[in-house]
Design a protein around this ligand. Structure first.
Ligand SMILES: [Zn+2]
Length: 358
């Protein structure tokens, strides 16, 4: 699928060109830093449908930088296909919510923040994650290279065995506010990407009565399969609606590694807050397209953050580590692209059906 790209610059070029070819207006929020090819970085927005429509489908991509290859490929194809929503629904497509991470091949922002842990309530910096403190030395003092990685993995496996999968998950990926050098850092202030995300969300959903949102991610679940993650309670109207419009891919905590339950500071909580303030009904969540087994992903993340912290004299090894990170979040193969594209289209159709009936 030619709508997918191999660099941020290429992805942005395709998105802008596809929008221009259809005569659509483009809103660009320019990032203060530049990319590796000295290219401009930006979060770009295109609207399909009338600005006055009271029902809105809101689609965000690249919250986790390097995961943006997937979301970009999908929304570029939608633009190229000439797809339009029904007359009284507008669709907002947000390209590269974390353009710095996307361009530099990182999951995190320029502040090393996990944007999907950065949306905590303002003036309430998250408390220290005590469980992370127990593994921090392993995660952060490991250097670049196979020996260091093997030691770290073995120690983490022991921690997992001793404390169980649920506690391991909280420790590792629950979000932590104590270390800007570590993994899944919440940040201690709102990042540029958060400010931009919220500003765009306010601007484009204000005046809506009903909003459905899809935040596009990769890296969890079986290869080529799109899960729909949410934080709704079992038995709630929202969850019942999601299941009836989106179907069986709506995932609670059936599969332990792929769930958004209990996480704080996510885009899901950001949308929920805005819905309350702006007074519209809200349904939605995060799409997770599976790429590779989770231990590969963790290995790639450990090595890439070690590279970020310590640097590496061996250029070849450094390049290998960066490539590995890209590979665990983006399967550059046609069958995968086709699968995730089609499933995302199915979810889009479910979202449109839902909005149509509101
Ligand atoms: Zn993600």
């Amino acid at each position: 699928m030619d709508s997918f790209s191999n660099s941020y610059a290429e992805a942005r070029g395709k998105f802008l060109a596809a929008a221009e070819a259809r005569g659509l207006g483009i809103q660009s929020v320019i990032h203060p830093l530049r990319g590796p090819e000295n290219e401009a970085l930006a979060t770009d927005v295109v609207r399909l449908g009338a600005t006055t429509a009271k029902r809105t489908l809101y689609v965000t991509t690249g919250v986790h930088g390097v995961e943006g290859y997937y979301g970009s490929g999908v929304i570029v194809q939608w633009l190229r296909d000439g797809w339009m929503p029904p007359a009284d629904i507008k669709v907002i497509l947000v390209h590269a919510c974390n353009p710095h991470g996307f361009a530099w091949g990182r999951r995190f922002t320029e502040e090393n923040v996990d944007l999907n842990r950065n949306f905590w309530p303002l003036n309430q910096v998250p408390e220290t994650n005590a469980a992370y403190a127990e593994i921090q030395h392993l995660v952060e003092y490991s250097g670049v290279g196979a020996d260091s990685l093997a030691y770290c993995q073995q120690q983490l496996a022991e921690y997992l065995q001793k404390n169980g999968a649920a506690n391991f998950k909280i420790a590792l990926s629950g979000g932590q506010s104590q270390s800007s050098q570590g993994l899944f850092f919440t940040g201690t202030e709102p990042t540029w990407a958060r400010h931009t995300y919220e500003q765009l969300l306010r601007q484009h959903t204000q005046g809506s009565e009903h909003v459905f949102y899809m935040d596009l991610h990769t890296g969890l679940g079986p290869r080529g399969y799109a899960d729909f993650l949410h934080q709704y309670a079992t038995g709630s109207t929202e969850l019942n609606n999601l299941v009836s419009y989106i179907g069986e891919r709506v995932l609670g905590d059936e599969r332990d590694e792929a769930t958004a339950q209990g996480l704080e500071g996510t885009t899901i909580s950001c949308f929920a807050r805005h819905a309350k303030v702006l007074g519209y009904s809200l349904l939605g969540g995060a799409i997770e397209c599976g790429t590779t087994p989770l231990d590969h992903t963790l290995e790639a993340l450990l090595q890439e953050t070690a590279l970020q912290r310590h640097g590496c004299d061996d250029d070849q090894l450094a390049a290998q580590i960066r490539q590995q990170l890209k590979d665990v979040f983006y399967v550059n193969e046609d069958d995968w692209k086709q699968q995730v594209f089609e499933q995302t289209c199915d979810i889009r159709q479910g979202a449109i059906n839902y909005l149509n009936e509101q």
